[in-house]
Structures are given as C-alpha cells and as structure tokens.
Design a protein around this ligand. Structure first.
Ligand SMILES: [Zn+2]
Length: 43
C-alpha cells in the first residue's frame, strides 16, 4: 500500500512509495532514493 512520505524538492507535492524502492513524486515524476529522502526528512 502506497502512502505519502515527505515532500518533493522540486514542486512540494507529497511523495509516494515506489514499487522499485524509494519514492516518486506523482506531480513532476521525480524519483528519490530511500537514502536520499531519509537524509532530507531528518533536516
Ligand atoms: Zn514534484
């Protein structure tokens, strides 16, 4: 089940878990790795 996680650095939209791992912005179609996002979310 997908759920929102953090926000897109490009457009501010919510990110959703991607089947390949990591997260994807459905608005601008940007992919984020799990590691990169955890770093962003902790700041
Ligand atoms: Zn976006």
């Amino acid at each position: 089940m997908n759920y929102p996680y953090g926000r897109c650095q490009n457009c501010g939209n919510r990110l959703y878990e991607h089947v390949d791992g990591g997260y994807r912005c459905p608005n601008c179609d940007t992919l984020y790795s799990r590691d990169a996002l955890e770093r962003v979310a902790s700041v």
